[in-house]
Write a protein that binds this ligand. Structure first.
Ligand code: SF4
Ligand code: FE
Length: 481
């Protein structure tokens, strides 16, 4: 397993084509806006070498028998699924940000079981190719970015009916040695922190959209891939060279629009090519795993936010007020409910035909549906407790100013024993998670990441056996049809 330094060094060897603010970024590793997200991924390497957390961050590979980072592991039992959620909560607590590496892990597990079924049913080599690819990833301990979301253009039209056929990523030609693909993936979490990219179809395809049924992996610096960096609220504060105003200056997450411009993919890295009947299973399983993931990572960030709100109350001298205590209890209740869902869908996991474990799909969808709501309520309560200062606070440069800094020190003090700087730091942290760069992960991603709320409602409707519930009611009520 790589350690954090080796991981960061390994990124220096990748030649990404990246644009930010209309300019090409040459050095992503030392870029002040990008580095915090690399630090967040580095935490997944660091903790794998920490004897206290090793049991969560590492696992025994079923492919080579070696100790590997759990982020490259195929879940071999319900315990693995539970440990995954616990690991994500821990990393959320340590980074208060998106640590980006889960998308690839969720993609491996989904692609593994689906390619097994394709190879079994269709006598194709996809599963063998995929396992060879994954073994290499485990041995190199690489980060793989899972890529599912296509731009999708006009939502009322199928992929092949779009005015521009590239609005869904597609196969443009099949060659002797591989395929050529064109299209884009949007909202790509951790695009610049990853060594490889694993592309999947964005939804269930039918026969006329078979050219869009494609799954493959390529190194993320491959020629033909362009990353366009996504803006986040308050992102340029990271370029100001100050610490307090950023709120969380060490860790962050990022997303990119990733464009694939007639990219060649060799056959041994292609895991689906036109087999549209398997797209539905792949999308559902990947989404299911990622909906489970949110029962871990969002809970960990929630822990930090609840802690920050409690500190803000203390610094304001309001900690003993009964309504404040009640609000903190409500935040904890909501946060632990999300965790309970993450653990529940894991504990009820079952083996797929490939041996890789899959979560309980109904409970995973219930988990994510709650994630589309509870972090918003937790954020609302945190803002309530913090007070308006979290959005009207002067800058750190004013606080450090030789002439006026003393006014901030004097007039923005809360309780006498707490230095004003501590109060400023905690206000900025709450601002960062609820409104700033980390709000991408804690709020909007809670809504739309791993599928928007309606996607879970469709799955809940499909997974719940309403007929069986009706028959239960008939028996109790003594209704004879
Ligand atoms: Fe992992 Fe959460 Fe980020 Fe998704 S949002 S990659 S589950 S930390
Ligand atoms: Fe996500």
């Amino acid at each position: 397993m790589m350690n954090a330094e080796q991981y960061i060094d390994s990124l220096r060897r990748i030649k990404h084509r990246v644009f930010m603010f209309g300019e090409n970024v040459d050095n992503i590793v030392d870029h002040p806006m990008i580095r915090p997200s690399i630090n967040a991924v580095a935490k997944t390497y660091e903790l794998a070498h920490n004897p206290v957390h090793e049991n969560l961050l590492a696992a025994d590979s079923n492919l080579n028998g070696k100790r590997i980072n759990r982020f490259t592991h195929l879940h071999q039992g319900a315990d693995d699924l539970i440990n995954k959620v616990k690991m994500q909560r821990l990393l959320g607590q340590k980074t208060a940000a998106c640590f980006q590496r889960c998308v690839g892990m969720d993609a491996f597990n989904a692609v593994d079981s689906v390619t097994y079924e394709m190879e079994r049913d269709l006598n194709l080599e996809y599963h063998r190719w995929f396992r060879r690819f994954l073994l290499d990833i485990q041995e190199k301990d690489f980060v793989v970015e899972g890529a599912m979301t296509d731009p999708k253009g006009d939502r009322s039209l199928r992929p092949s009916k779009q005015a521009d056929p590239d609005l869904f990523l597609r196969i443009v030609s099949r060659e002797k040695d591989g395929i050529v693909v064109r299209g884009a993936k949007a909202h790509q979490t951790g695009a610049l922190s990853a060594h490889e990219i694993l592309v999947m179809p964005t939804m269930a395809m039918d026969e006329e959209d078979a050219a869009y049924a494609v799954c493959f992996a390529v190194p993320s610096g491959t020629e033909g891939i362009t990353c366009i960096y996504g803006r986040q609220s308050c992102d340029t504060r990271k370029m100001e060279g100050t610490e307090i105003d950023v709120g969380n200056c060490r860790y962050g997450g990022h997303e990119c629009l990733v464009v694939f411009d007639d990219l060649f993919v060799p056959w041994e890295r292609v895991f689906m090519c036109g087999e549209y009947r398997y797209t539905g299973a792949l999308v559902e399983r990947f989404a299911g795993y990622h909906r489970q993931s949110y029962g871990g990572c969002k809970v960990g960030v929630g822990d930090v936010l609840i802690g920050a709100a409690a500190l803000a109350a203390e610094y304001n001298g309001a900690a003993k007020a009964s309504h404040i205590r009640d609000k903190l209890i409500e935040m904890i209740h909501l946060n632990e409910t999300l965790y309970a869902c993450g653990i529940a869908c894991s504990s009820q996991g079952k083996a797929t035909a490939s041996g890789t474990y899959l979560i309980d799909m109904l409970l995973a969808n219930v988990c994510k549906q709650n994630v589309t709501r509870f972090p918003y309520e937790i954020a609302r309560l945190a803002e309530d407790i913090a007070g308006g200062l979290m959005v009207t606070l002067p800058s750190e440069k004013d606080y450090r100013h030789p002439e006026i800094g003393k006014y901030i020190e004097k007039y923005l003090k809360g309780t006498a024993e707490v230095p004003t700087e501590q109060r400023m730091r905690v206000m900025r942290l709450i601002e960062n998670i609820t409104l700033g760069t980390a709000a991408v992960g804690y709020r909007t991603e809670s809504m739309h990441g791993a599928g928007s709320p309606q996607a879970q409602r469709i799955m809940i409707g499909r997974q719940a056996d309403l007929e069986q519930k009706k028959s239960l009611a008939r028996i109790i009520a003594g209704i004879v049809d």
